[in-house]
Design a protein around this ligand. Structure first.
Ligand SMILES: [Zn+2]
Ligand SMILES: [Zn+2]
Length: 395
């Protein structure tokens, strides 16, 4: 029997007797339980077998006067004299458990090797709870659902304007056959006899409480005797649900949107997790995005750029807007049309950025050719590269 067993197992509880029970009382209770859980009387029932082992183990210790004394001492020692170095000796401030037992070798005290080999540190690191901090019962508390991540692809226009999209989410949900109870149709799960429904097995040792998920029910607090065939008693199933997700106006390609409370449902009344939607936006053949602004490139003729003009420019989901091009506009200049961009969260709009691209005519015809030759003559002597050549000589 190891120290760890002594600390983890409440033999009195196993046998259903008080700590002050006399030897006779222990024996009586043991016989009654042993008859009930004996493997011969419970053929093939593994739970009964486990229980029988527990009962035998408890009786082995408590029926032996010397072992019982050792057991009682081990547990009472942890109750009273326990101190965590570095915590000022105040009970109830155990932080990490691991490494906190310098100079306190339980292996020496109980003559067992296990505690001295870090087994105890592991045990305490995992299940040690500060009673003052309300550490017990974490399993039975409401638990927030998991965050879920998914993605969706939007058209350019829907990304600009915002939209509502159906999202198909696959996740772990309640089994539809047993509605999550895990029990076969017509039966209901029973309150776990080991933990009496708390889902925790905990032992209070003086200033501290040890707690861990109940082994019988794995922390659920309920046991299923006749399991649902569909989920094998787990109560869980992979489920698909569809939600309508509101995508705000102005999302960018690759952006992640958080939809609060649309993730996995919580457990035991806990809140649902959040849903994160990664948005992909398909490009538009004409418009581009630059933050809250829309961009568009518009071809203009040489005379339009040189002489100035008013041109019609497409706008997103609206009538074309007129942009005035001043005389002498160079290729690549960008004009701003206010309020024709993307709707912002405050209700205002970004701008439409219009970039002109001067088109050089390929076929101009006889009249056009004459005009261009006249232009050449008119601008003879002007060398647009003169300054460039000059500056290239510098340094
Ligand atoms: Zn089921
Ligand atoms: Zn239980």
């Amino acid at each position: 029997m190891s120290t760890k067993d002594y600390l983890e197992k409440d033999y009195y509880k196993v046998l259903g007797v008080p700590k002050t029970a006399a030897a006779d009382e222990i024996k009586q209770s043991y016989r009654k339980l042993a008859r009930k859980y004996h493997p011969d009387a419970n053929k093939g029932d593994r739970k009964a077998e486990e229980r029988f082992k527990e009962i035998s183990e408890a009786y082995n210790t408590l029926s032996d006067e010397k072992k019982r004394k050792e057991y009682d001492e081990a547990r009472s020692l942890f109750g009273g004299g326990f101190r965590v170095p570095g915590a000022g000796g105040r009970p109830g401030t155990a932080g990490t458990g691991a490494g906190g037992f310098g100079g306190f070798d339980l292996g020496d005290l109980f003559g067992g090797a296990e505690a001295g080999q870090g087994g105890l540190g592991d045990l305490l690191g995992g299940v040690f709870r500060n009673r003052g901090g309300g550490g017990t019962g974490t399993q039975a508390r409401p638990r927030r659902g998991a965050d879920v991540e998914t993605e969706t692809t939007l058209s350019f226009g829907d990304a600009v304007d915002g939209t509502t999209v159906p999202l198909h989410l696959t996740g772990d949900g309640p089994c539809p056959v047993c509605h999550g109870t895990g029990a076969k149709a017509g039966t209901v799960p029973k309150v776990c006899p080991t933990c009496e429904g708390t889902g925790q097995s905990s032992r209070n040792l003086g200033n501290f409480a040890f707690s861990e998920p109940c082994k019988t029910c794995r922390g659920r607090g309920l046991v299923v005797e006749d399991p649902c065939a569909s989920c094998n008693g787990s109560g869980h199933a992979t489920s698909t649900r569809t939600i309508q997700a509101r995508i705000p106006a102005g999302v960018n390609d690759g952006q992640r949107i958080k939809l609060r409370g649309k993730g996995a449902p919580g457990e035991r009344g806990g809140p649902a997790g959040d849903l994160y939607v990664r948005v992909h936006v398909t490009p538009h053949p004409v418009f581009g995005r630059s933050g809250g602004n829309l961009t568009v490139t518009v071809p203009v003729t040489v005379p339009e750029a040189a002489l100035g003009s008013e041109i019609k420019v497409p706008s997103h989901r609206g009538v074309p807007v007129t942009v005035r091009i001043p005389a002498g506009t160079p290729n690549g200049r960008t004009f701003r049309v206010r309020g024709k961009g993307v709707r912002r969260s405050d209700g205002t709009y970004g701008d439409l950025l219009v970039t002109v691209e001067v088109m050089v005519p390929k076929n101009v015809g006889t009249k056009g050719r004459k005009a261009l030759e006249d232009l050449r003559e008119a601008t003879a002597g002007e060398d647009p590269r003169e300054e460039l050549l000059q500056r290239a000589k510098e340094t």
